[in-house]
Design a protein around this ligand. Structure first.
Ligand SMILES: NC(=O)c1ccc[n+]([C@@H]2O[C@H](COP(=O)([O-])OP(=O)(O)OC[C@H]3O[C@@H](n4cnc5c(N)ncnc54)[C@H](O)[C@@H]3O)[C@@H](O)[C@H]2O)c1
Length: 261
């Protein structure tokens, strides 16, 4: 976490807005929750990681908006239904859904079990679908918007990430489909496609990667070795979720430091 959220908070684009951020206990989701709270939003921060959620709540204490922790799995249908009901009940409305919850496990494709493949699809793709499906009726009432987490792995060959890349390809397709389906009703649906952002998810792959063929990763890294920060993705998500993104829907915006050009 950094104080970059505060330095940019001259903007107050989310005053009186109620916004769900999933995966808000870590990395990009956490930075996004804080960016939105710094701009006056009322954030419902969703994650399985309760310690991470508490960290997000504490970091937002002095901000103009607020963060409320909500522990749930995006992959559990009943829990997602309960989340949306809770937000409607307590906040009265929903202005945006930001789906950042996700999991990654880098491994050779031939060593990927069916259970592992399904688990990654369940969280990254089915979880995103469930949150969208349950939130859309509330978003229709506010002409709200959705921002999903795709990945550069969906479009470019990232080795050892078959399940992950497939799940993010699904998020890419889901985003574009929903954008068109709800265009006339005023609900915008966009995604970010981050690449090379230094977060606990990426750091956790370290040991695992050591046994893999690192030559295959050269095209995924910047020549200067620089990684991106979660706050740099959060700023783009905030733009897409705010009125500044009002003429954007169906976009999947790469935030990868220019690696995939
Ligand atoms: N870091 C990158 O370079 C990168 C690149 C492309 C895409 N992304 C995507 O961005 C999003 C955020 O990634 P990150 O790097 O910040 O990872 P992260 O691991 O730091 O954060 C992900 C959060 O999602 C939560 N989560 C996992 N399963 C969940 C579930 N079932 N229900 C609720 N919460 C759950 C985790 O507890 C964690 O707090 C993910 O969807 C990821 O796939 C990240």
């Amino acid at each position: 976490m950094s104080n970059e959220n505060k330095s940019l908070s001259g903007l107050q684009r989310f005053s009186n807005k109620s916004i769900i951020v999933t995966g808000a206990g870590s990395g990009i989701g956490q930075a996004t929750a804080l960016r939105i709270a710094s701009e006056g939003g009322a954030v419902i921060a969703v994650d399985l990681n309760e310690a991470g959620l508490q960290e997000t709540v504490s970091a937002a204490a002095d901000m103009s908006g607020s963060v409320r922790a909500y522990s749930a799995s995006v992959a559990e249908e009943e829990q997602v239904k309960a989340l949306i009901a809770d937000v409607k009940d307590k906040e009265g409305k929903l202005d945006a859904l930001i789906n950042m919850a996700g999991i990654l496990r880098a491994m050779p494709s031939t060593e990927t079990s069916l259970a592992e493949f399904q688990q990654i699809l369940n969280v990254n793709l089915i979880g995103t679908f469930l949150c969208c499906r349950e939130a859309i009726p509330a978003l229709l009432e506010t002409k709200g918007c959705i921002v999903n987490a795709a990945s550069t792995s969906a479009q470019f060959g990232h080795p050892y990430m078959a399940a992950y890349a497939a799940s993010k390809g699904g998020v890419y397709a889901l985003t574009r489909t929903l954008a068109w389906e709800y265009l006339k009703q005023g609900v915008r649906v966009n995604a970010v496609a981050p690449g090379g952002i230094l977060t606990p998810m990426v750091l956790a792959q370290g040991e695992r990667m050591a046994s893999l063929d690192m030559d295959l990763f050269t095209h995924l890294n910047r020549p200067d070795g620089q990684f991106g920060a979660p706050e740099q993705v959060a700023g783009v998500i905030a733009m897409l979720a705010s009125a500044d993104g009002a003429h954007m829907t169906g976009e999947v915006v790469k935030v990868d430091g220019g690696v995939h050009n």
